[in-house]
Write a protein that binds this ligand. Structure first.
Ligand code: 2IT
Length: 445
């Protein structure tokens, strides 16, 4: 396999799909050497088969707002690969969503899910629908129209969606209610469900919790931990919330959160009350963090900027892809950052990753650090299949064990001769090898 040739071919076909090409390039660069030690992979065109999704559904979603106006959005489901289990991955509702976004996310999800140790394939879906400023009734009508198109392609052993940006408990409720009505079954076909109708304890906070467990393992490799560390978190949604909660619980001081409008600097650090307020802010659907500074004197709102200019020990991108660029990385390094855990999917640009690795900073990519979310979705699927609920302690213990095993896989496959742990290579090689072997074992399909 020659990365250049494969990329040139993909660029010819999908030149405008920048995020997809970025995600593929990162993985291929990591695996090239190991892959080429396996002639059976090359002979069976494994990489050519793994970079193309199994299939893509695209559809029109028509819905009516509260004033009777009719709106049209695009809906998608990218079923990327089911070599190791049913398709699994979230829906993203955000105006920036394109097919490129969902192909990149589905590709990443395939290897992330392989890393979790659970039997789940990779998928992603969503829409360019913007939930910002919409009423509950509007969101419900949109979700129902979306599910009307997609439900036949889903199923508990076929494809199990969940949340992502813009999709959380409320949306999963509307989507699940309509799936059930159309399919006439109650088989837990989405994850992230409400706790009294099939959801798993710990799922809402699992992405953030898992991310912090992973970051603790990273720091432990240097004989350090989170106690007393200052932390910059970006975003203020599903992921940032769990990360802030767990980091604070473990003795770190989280001093930033951010939104599309700018970031909050709170030198005193977040506490339980402030984290609860962050959730309230989220629920207003205005997508702004500024009101936090009005509510908590001593904190400051910095408009139009991202939190990476603040001096911290640990940086945690928790918002969206490419939210931390090469210049941000340089600033963080200059300010003495020790550890960067990407909890968003592909949160760092390739230039930022190069900076971190060149400077031997502890840096790990989203497909390892944020895998606790989908792993807990996998645990929700198991509980649904067994028709029972596990207590929070049991789910949390399993989540911890999974994050430890992902960290060990990264160390095993990513440790360089000089002792530096290249988590990008580690995660990509460990995830890719598992899926590649599964594809090989199952013949030409
Ligand atoms: O990016 C992700 O892993 C998620 N949004 C969670 C997917 C899931 O199926 O729980």
């Amino acid at each position: 396999m020659k990365v250049k040739e494969i990329m040139a071919n993909l660029e010819k076909k999908y030149g405008h799909e920048k995020e997809y090409l970025q995600a593929v390039h990162e993985v291929l660069e990591s695996i090239e050497e190991v892959y080429n030690q396996h002639p059976e992979f090359e002979k069976n065109r494994i990489v050519e088969r793994l970079v193309e999704p199994d299939r893509i559904f695209t559809f029109r979603v028509t819905w009516q707002d509260d004033h009777g106006e009719i709106h049209v959005n695009n809906g998608y489901r990218v079923q990327f690969n089911n070599a190791i289990g049913p398709y699994k991955g979230g829906f993203r509702f955000h105006p920036s969503v394109t097919l490129s976004t969902l192909k990149f996310l589905g590709f990443e999800q395939t290897f992330k899910n392989a890393l979790t140790t659970l039997p789940m394939g990779g998928a992603k879906g969503g829409s360019d629908f913007d939930p910002k400023g919409k009423s509950n009734a509007e969101v419900m009508r949109f979700c129902q129209a979306f599910m009307t198109e997609l439900w036949r392609n889903l199923g508990p052993d076929t494809d199990v969606p969940a949340g992502d940006i813009g999709v959380a408990g409320r949306e999963i409720g509307y989507l699940y209610g309509y799936y059930k009505k159309l399919a006439r079954e109650n088989t837990g076909v989405l994850t992230g469900k409400g706790l009294n109708w099939g959801g798993s304890l710990i799922r809402p906070e699992a992405t953030g919790f898992g991310g912090i467990y992973f970051v603790e393992h990273m720091l432990n490799t240097k004989g350090a931990d989170l106690t007393g560390k200052t932390v910059a978190v970006s975003g203020f949604g599903n992921v940032a919330w769990g990360a802030a909660l767990k980091a604070t619980e473990l003795g770190a001081k989280v001093i930033t959160i951010s939104g599309p409008d700018g970031y909050i600097l709170d030198e005193a650090g977040l506490d339980a009350e402030k984290i609860d307020y962050m959730l309230e802010l989220r629920a207003t659907a205005n997508d702004v963090v500024k009101p936090y500074a009005d509510k908590f004197p001593g904190s400051k709102f910095v408009p139009g900027k991202r939190p990476w200019e603040v001096k911290v020990d640990v940086a945690l991108p928790c918002a969206i892809q490419n939210e931390l660029n090469g210049d941000d990385a340089k600033t963080l390094i200059k300010n003495g950052v020790r550890c960067v855990g990407e909890i968003s999917n592909m949160g760092c640009t390739p230039e930022a990753i190069t900076e971190f690795i060149k400077n031997k900073i502890l840096y790990a990519p989203g497909k390892a650090v944020n895998a606790g979310g989908v792993a807990t979705s996998g645990l929700e699927m198991t509980q649904n299949a067994m028709h029972l609920n596990w207590p929070a302690e049991e789910v949390d213990a399993k989540l911890k064990q999974i994050m430890q095993s992902i960290h060990s896989a990264c160390v095993k496959y990513g440790t360089q001769r000089d002792g530096y742990i290249n988590y990008v290579n580690g995660a990509n090689i460990a995830g890719f090898m598992k899926v590649a072997q599964a594809v090989l074992d199952q013949g030409i399909v």
